[in-house]
Design a protein around this ligand. Structure first.
Ligand code: BTN
Length: 260
C-alpha cells in the first residue's frame, strides 16, 4: 500500500482529499487538526503504521507496519443529517461489516463499536467530534481493521479475544486498498440512508449477542444485566431485565459481554 496505489484504487469514489503517511502517531489526531483547518467532507488520513494509535477508554490500538488498515474519515454533516449523528457509529460498523460479508465472512457488531469475526474482535471504531458552539462542525471516524495476522497484538496486550481477516478467511486475503475501497463504498451508500429505519434495521440484524443475557459495564457501579433485545432508533441499546422491564443504554463507555 502506498499513496499512488491508494489514490488509483479510490479514484472512482466521490471522496475528498487523501493524506497518506508511511508512519504516523495517530490518524485521528491528524484528521482532527485537518478537519479544524477546514478539510473537505469525506477526506481521509491513512497510515501504513501507527505508533500512538488510540482506542476507546484510553486504550491503545496497534497497527504495525504493513499489517492492517488504520484510517480516519472526516465527515461534515449537512443540516439534513445532523439529527442522525448518533447513528454514525452504526454507519461505520455496518460499512466494515459489509466489506467482511463481501469476502464470505459472517461479521457481527458488538455494540457499540467493535466488529467481530468468529466471536473475536477484528476492528474497532473511535469517533471524535469537532464542535462549533453547540453544533457538531465535523466528525472524525477512526477505523482500525486487523487485516493480516501480523496486526494481532501479542496475547498479553489484549483486552479481549482478537483476530484478523486473514485468520478468518480460508482464501487469499485481498489487498488493503481493496478492503478500504469496499468499506468506503458501503459507507457512502449507507450515508444516504442514515435518516431511515433501513440503516438501523441492517445494523440491528448483525448485532452480536441478540437474544442472549448480557452485562453492560459503565465503569462505575455494578453492571446492568439483561437480555439484549436490539436497538432504539437513535442507536441506543435495548435490554430486558429480569423483571421484564425495558432498559435503554444510551451513552457511555459500555462493553457488552455474555454473562457467565
Ligand atoms: C477501539 O476499538 O477502541 C477503537 C480503535 C480505533 C482505532 C483507529 S485506527 C485509526 C484511528 N486512529 C487512531 O488513533 N485510532 C483510530
Amino acid at each position: 500500500m502506498n499513496e499512488h496505489s491508494l489514490k488509483k484504487k479510490l479514484s472512482k469514489l466521490d471522496i475528498g482529499n487523501l493524506r497518506y503517511f508511511d508512519s504516523i502517531g495517530s490518524t485521528n489526531d491528524e484528521a482532527l487538526a485537518w478537519a479544524a483547518a477546514g478539510a473537505q467532507d469525506l477526506s481521509i488520513v491513512i497510515a501504513n503504521e501507527q505508533t500512538q494509535g488510540r482506542g476507546r477508554l484510553d486504550r491503545k490500538w496497534f497497527t504495525p507496519k504493513g499489517s492492517g488498515l488504520a484510517f480516519s474519515l472526516i465527515l461534515r454533516p449537512s443540516a439534513a443529517l445532523r439529527p442522525y449523528l448518533s447513528r454514525t457509529v452504526g454507519l461505520a460498523a455496518l460499512s466494515i461489516a459489509e466489506s467482511c460479508s463481501g469476502l464470505g465472512l459472517a461479521p457481527r457488531i458488538k455494540w457499540p463499536n467493535d466488529i467481530l469475526l468468529n466471536g473475536k474482535k477484528t476492528a474497532g471504531i473511535l469517533i471524535e467530534n469537532i464542535w462549533s458552539g453547540d453544533d457538531v462542525d465535523s466528525l472524525v471516524i477512526g477505523m482500525g481493521i486487523n487485516v493480516y495476522k501480523s496486526s494481532v497484538p501479542p496475547a498479553e496486550l489484549l483486552q479481549s479475544p482478537t483476530t484478523s481477516i486473514e485468520d478468518a478467511l480460508e482464501k487469499k486475503t485481498p489487498a488493503r486498498e481493496e478492503i478500504l475501497f469496499n468499506i468506503l463504498s458501503a459507507l457512502i451508500r449507507w450515508r444516504e440512508h442514515i435518516g431511515t429505519d433501513k440503516l438501523v434495521k441492517a445494523w440491528e440484524e448483525i448485532l452480536a449477542f441478540r437474544g442472549e443475557q448480557v452485562q453492560i459495564h459503565t465503569g462505575t457501579g455494578d453492571p446492568t444485566t439483561g437480555e439484549l433485545l436490539g436497538l432504539e432508533s437513535d442507536g441506543s441499546l435495548r435490554l430486558r431485565d429480569a423483571h421484564d422491564k425495558s432498559i435503554i443504554i444510551r451513552f457511555g463507555d459500555i462493553s457488552v459481554r455474555p454473562s457467565a
